[in-house]
Every structure is written in structure tokens, then in C-alpha cells.
Design a protein around this ligand. Structure first.
Ligand code: AMP
Ligand code: MG
Length: 408
């Protein structure tokens, strides 16, 4: 039975087993997924902090009419605990703790030296000005970064600020990659006659590495031979994910689903109403791993990796946000979907009259992997939609290009 793309994801995601936890050093957390909520270990800021270089005063509302006696200086990292009475102030630098009884900082720019080392201010000020109050950003115990977050350098700043030197993250699932097809040879072999080079496996290895899944077992190429396929599948079933390309369609030699059944893989789905890559297979291995059988067409493999497999891998790694994120952008030209499912069309982004537009890339179909080299990603033409006019906003998934650098 053919299911929709959304139904397909919804039926496989719940079967995905989430990995265990491991500790990593702060220097290695980028790209990892946080296991546990990270909480503030104290108020942020932890003390009333001067936000300007200037003078700390106890506000009276008469700052512009008062000559102040400077009774001390406080720099960042040191504390001041002298006595201060009416008309007293201290010099204070940005980042320093504002000591009691002071409650306001007047910036140095509006100060004027007065006789006997005193200081005056040229303008009135508001009570509490130029002080970041204790806890005004976050209160102690609040969640700073929720579990399931994919960690980036800006998260490292927060982790460092609260002293999290060791961070609990999810383990990455182990992934096996297998190519099936009697026509396949490896890139380092010489191609002759009906043979073609195995590009899918090398795409998958590269895409897995880029997506942060370095633990990959490469099982090479296996011809369309039942015994050989079964024996390779058995090797791959040790891993949490087994990704197989080729042999899942309806041709005489498309025997992968049968071989998977012989190895005890439970079919979850076979065939999704999506183009490219309709014959995709998903199953659960006897040790609760996920097996994906991809049609051999290279563009189908590329699109399915990002739109179907990566969400599953991220889910297995504990990510809270695992679905691909689209941006909504207008089409440069009319786009057509003459398939019976949802279409993911390859496209690049261009700047037209100050707006970023989606330009569909003409392609000879899902075998035309060279066209994909010019693409920044794919946009979606929903199931049941035949035509989208130029200018219509579409969901564009920037899965390949450097989207940000294209904004003109
Ligand atoms: P299949 O899904 O096995 O029927 O293959 C569909 C098309 O993809 C055929 O033209 C295959 O030659 C091609 N193909 C299959 N596997 C690969 C691969 N690993 N690398 C590149 N092309 C492939
Ligand atoms: Mg084949």
C-alpha cells in the first residue's frame, strides 16, 4: 500500500530507538544533541553589574545639581565595601559589581571634574540607570538550554558561563551502508560497457559525515544475487541503521525486500507517494534497528537522505527538532507536478529585484544526479497539486546550498 510522505515518517519515527548518553568535553559538543536540560547555576547576571564606565551614586533625583565626593573606585572582578554617605559616589567600570548603597550608574561621558576632586553631572538621570540587575536575564534554576537541542557555538558560550565543562549528550547511532546492483563498480575501478560507478554509497558516506554520524560501516557493493544480498544484510543488521540502495522497485532483480524478510526484518512500509523515490522501503530489524531500502536512482537517494533518513537519525540521537525546516519563498517560474504524489523538485536560489526566489532546475529525472550539483535544495509541490504559478510561495528546504550566502 502506498502511503503519503507524512504518513511514512509518522509510521517509522515511533519505531526509532533513542540512543544512550555519553559525556563529552565542552570543546567537542558542537553538533552533539543535549541529553538533559541545562539549568542556571546562579542568577544571571549574578550581581548588579555596571553596564557603563562612570560613577555609582545613590539616586536622589538631584544628580544634575549635586557635586559628588568620589570615595573609591571599583573595577570588574573586585568588590568595594567602604562607607558612603549623602553626596558620595564611587568610580565604577563596566562589568564591576555595583556595591550597596548605590543603585544608579552615571556614565562618564556626562561627568565633569569639579574642584577638590569632586565630580558633577551635566544631565539628570533615571533611578537604576546603567545597571544590569541581578537575575534580570535568567533566575537561578531556570532552563537555559532544553534537552534535545542540537548544540552550536552560541550554546557553548552558555555552557561555559555556568561552568558545564563536561556535557551529557546522546550517542550517535551506528549506520551501515550497502549498495546493491550487478551493474555497479567502485569509483576507483575502470568503467566499461554496461557498468556504472557506485555513487550512492559515497554520497551516503559523505552526507552521514556532514550530518554528524561518523560511525559508519561501509559494506561495499553486492550484486543482485539473493544469497549474497542476504549475507551482506546480516552483517549490516548489527548496526542501528542499515541503509541499502537499489533493488527495491518492481523489476525482476529488485529482490531486496524479499531478502530483508528472509533476515527477519519486519516491513513498516514499502512505497511512498513521493517523487523522486516512490519505491522506498522501511523496516525494523530483529534487534530493533531501522532498515531503509532506497531506490537506486541517485537523486532519489539524495532527496530521501535529507527528507526521510536524516529525521530518523536525528530522532535516534535524541533531537527534539528532527524534521527538515522549510523556508517560504516565491517561485521564479511556474512549476508542475505530474506525479501521483508529493514532488520534491530540485532548485537553486537566486536574487531577483531584491527578493530571494526559487528557480527550479530542469532535470532528466531522478537518475540525473549531475543537475543536483547546481541545486541548493528542494521545494515541495504538494500531492494533488498539478501546477503552482510563478510567484507562489513554496516550502523550500535548503538541504544542499549555503542558503545564507545567497541572500542578495
Ligand atoms: P534500482 O533501484 O536498483 O532499479 O536502480 C535504479 C537506477 O539507479 C539504475 O539506473 C541503477 O543503475 C542506478 N543505481 C543503482 N544503484 C546505484 C548506485 N549505488 N550508484 C549509482 N547509481 C545506482
Ligand atoms: Mg538495481
Amino acid at each position: 500500500m502506498t502511503v503519503t510522505y507524512e504518513e511514512a515518517l509518522a509510521s517509522v519515527l515511533p519505531v526509532v530507538r533513542v540512543q544512550e548518553v555519553r559525556d563529552v568535553r565542552l570543546s567537542s559538543v558542537v553538533g552533539e544533541i543535549l541529553f538533559r536540560d541545562v539549568l542556571a547555576d546562579r542568577n544571571i547576571p549574578p550581581f548588579p553589574r555596571a553596564a557603563m564606565d562612570g560613577y555609582a551614586v545613590l539616586w536622589t533625583g538631584k544628580e544634575a545639581d549635586t557635586s559628588y565626593r568620589v570615595v573609591g573606585t571599583v573595577n570588574p572582578g573586585s568588590a568595594w565595601s567602604g562607607d558612603a554617605g549623602d553626596g558620595d559616589c564611587i568610580r565604577i567600570m563596566t562589568g564591576a559589581m555595583v556595591p550597596p548603597p548605590f543603585d544608579t550608574v552615571i556614565q562618564v561621558e556626562i561627568s565633569q571634574a569639579a574642584p577638590d576632586g569632586a565630580v558633577r553631572f551635566a544631565a539628570p538621570v533615571k533611578r537604576g540607570e546603567n545597571i544590569a540587575r541581578e537575575g534580570e536575564d535568567v533566575r537561578k534554576g531556570a532552563v537555559l538550554i532544553p534537552a534535545g537541542t542540537l548544540l552550536s557555538p552560541h550554546h557553548v558560550a552558555t555552557l561555559a558561563s555556568i561552568g558545564q565543562w563536561e556535557v551529557e549528550v546522546f550517542r550517535r547511532p551506528a549506520v551501515a551502508v550497502l549498495a546493491t546492483g550487478s551493474e555497479l563498480i567502485e569509483p576507483w575501478e575502470s568503467a566499461q560497457g554496461p557498468m556504472i560507478r557506485n555513487s550512492n554509497s559515497h554520497f551516503l558516506l559523505a552526507a552521514l559525515k556532514q550530518a554528524g554520524f561518523p560511525e559508519v560501516r561501509y559494506l561495499g557493493i553486492v550484486p543482485d544475487d539473493r544469497e549474497k544480498i542476504v549475507s551482506k544484510i546480516r552483517e549490516g543488521l548489527d548496526c542501528d541503521f542499515l541503509l541499502i540502495s537499489g533493488g527495491v522497485s518492481v523489476g525482476d532483480v529488485d529482490i531486496v525486500p524479499n531478502c530483508l524478510a528472509a533476515c527477519g526484518v519486519r516491513k513498516i512500509l514499502h512505497k511512498v507517494a513521493v517523487k523522486p523515490g516512490k519505491p522506498i522501503f522501511a523496516g525494523e530489524s530483529p534487534r530493533s534497528g531501522i532498515v531503509i531500502g532506497l531506490p537506486g536512482n541517485p537523486v532519489a537517494v539524495m532527496v530521501h537522505f535529507h527528507m526521510f533518513i536524516r529525521p530518523l537519525l536525528l530522532k535516534a540521537t535524541g533531537a527534539a527538532d528532527y524534521l527538515p525546516k522549510p523556508v517560504h519563498l516565491p517561485l521564479a517560474e511556474e512549476a508542475v507536478n505530474n506525479s501521483s504524489g508529493k514532488k520534491f523538485s530540485i532548485a537553486r536560489l537566486e536574487s531577483k529585484e531584491g527578493e530571494t526566489v526559487v528557480v527550479e532546475i530542469p532535470s532528466h529525472g531522478s537518475g540525473d544526479f549531475v543537475s543536483a550539483c547546481r541545486a541548493d535544495g528542494v521545494f515541495e509541490i504538494p500531492l494533488g497539486t498539478v501546477r503552482l504559478p510563478a510567484g507562489r510561495r513554496v516550502r523550500f528546504f535548503p538541504i544542499w546550498g549555503n542558503f545564507l550566502s545567497k541572500d542578495g
